[in-house]
Design a protein around this ligand. Structure first.
Ligand code: SF4
Length: 407
């Protein structure tokens, strides 16, 4: 079986690549999948083998916790789709509904968000909503556990409010209800009627949260719960270890070895987590320590304070044909400098103005342009650079900038 490639231009505006409809990128086709459940270590190792055999051996976990396989050709994309089926990895389709990577395992949760997510997915599918909404419309179900959904760009969020459910639209608290599924469906219907490309922030701006929350009871705003997956997380029994992937990528051989090592230490699940990480559990104390040591030696991140967590970089050259320079070498150099030089500053290194790794603002953005490397302060890869320098003087120019803005 082979599948048809879809160029970014051919995709509907804002559409995302999927397993059956991969997207053409600079290093071949990219297929994205959202596993419906956590992977077993054997499934993770099997997926790594598929990435090596069908693509260029690079896998990614996105900021929203989806898996990507890179460097496919049409025949390889077809074999990947078949292989995923053979591994019995069920893939979520339809409306984007996100839960914590620890959903159902977090002892601090007030309710199991997976059940509400499933009920909502079923109701939305019956109403044919996914086809009538912008592809990036996303709903977050936060069960109230210790690993939250902070930092996600959610159109609608549902979270516990006493014995009821708080409903938010574009980050604004609308109110609470005992019946969240009809409330969310009603909001989605209004959003679909507003326009097929509309996001909830557009609807809130047009109608106001008061009108959208009519019929709901007043509720306090949700407490912000950090969404940082890297590090240890307590489970009802044992621990989950969050392992960050530098720039969201892992090589197939490393993922295979990670899955084998995790299984040897008793882990039964490997869950892709929002924030470009893998959550692995359940582990006892010794197992978590041992796996953390192994992951560190393999170049993965087990400390949420690691400066590499503050640096975003797209694949860059030579992986992407649009890139003007090798982004990741510079990003690693900058991460080494960041600990001492750029307190709290986020850094984005982008091979071109598309800004694939981080569409939003960053403290410092370095972007590849035809005329050289642009340095953008507090902006995005598309913003006007404060300076443009030659690529061969970029590293020293950025270091000079960080030193001058130290403190
Ligand atoms: S931002 Fe990076 S990955 Fe995206 S198109 Fe440009 S060079 Fe390629």
């Amino acid at each position: 079986m082979s599948v048809a490639a879809t160029s970014p231009e051919a995709l509907p505006r804002g559409a995302c690549p999927t397993l059956p409809a991969p997207m053409a990128t600079g290093d071949g086709l990219l297929a994205r999948l959202a596993p419906a459940e956590a992977l077993t270590p054997a499934q993770a190792a099997g997926l790594a083998a598929l990435a090596r055999d069908c693509g260029n051996g690079i896998l990614e976990v996105t900021a929203r916790g989806k898996l990507q396989v890179r460097g496919l050709d049409p025949a390889g994309a077809g074999r990947l789709a078949e292989g995923v089926g053979a591994l019995r990895i069920a893939v979520r389709e339809g409306l984007g509904i996100e839960t914590s990577a620890l959903a159902g395992r977090d002892p601090a949760e007030v309710f199991d968000p997976r059940l509400l997510a499933a009920a909502l997915a079923e109701a939305a599918a019956a109403a044919g909503l996914a086809a009538r909404l912008a592809p990036k419309v996303s709903i977050g179900i936060d069960g109230g556990g210790g690993l939250g959904l902070a930092g996600r760009d959610l159109d609608i969020a549902v979270s516990p409010a006493g014995a009821e459910f708080r409903i938010e639209a574009a980050g604004m608290t609308l109110g609470r209800t005992p019946a969240p599924v009809p409330a969310v469906l009603a909001l989605l219907e209004r959003l679909a009627a507003f326009g097929p490309r509309a996001r909830m922030r557009d609807l809130v701006a047009a109608e106001g949260e008061g009108a959208l929350g009519a019929g709901l009871q007043p509720a306090d705003p949700r407490e912000a719960v950090p969404g940082e997956p890297v590090g240890r997380h307590m489970l009802a029994s044992g621990w989950a270890l969050g392992v960050g992937l530098p720039f969201g990528q892992i090589e197939a051989e490393t993922l295979e070895a990670l899955a084998d090592t995790a299984a040897q230490r008793g882990a039964t699940f490997i869950e892709p987590a929002g924030g470009r990480a893998l959550l692995i559990g359940a582990l006892d104390d010794g197992g978590a320590d041992g796996l953390a040591d192994w992951a560190t030696a393999a170049g993965l991140i087990v400390d949420a304070g690691d400066p590499l967590r503050r640096v975003e970089a797209c694949p860059g050259a030579p992986a992407c044909g649009a890139a003007r320079f090798a982004t990741r070498g510079l990003a690693r150099e900058l991460a080494r400098d960041l600990a001492g030089l750029a307190k709290g500053r986020s850094v984005h290194v982008s091979g071109c103005v598309k800004g694939c790794a981080h569409p939003g603002r960053a403290g410092l953005t370095i972007v590849g342009l035809d005329e050289g490397a642009g340095i953008v302060i507090e902006g995005t890869a598309r913003d006007m650079p404060a300076r443009i320098v030659r690529f061969d003087e970029l590293a020293s120019a950025v270091r000079g900038f960080l030193e001058s803005s130290r403190g």
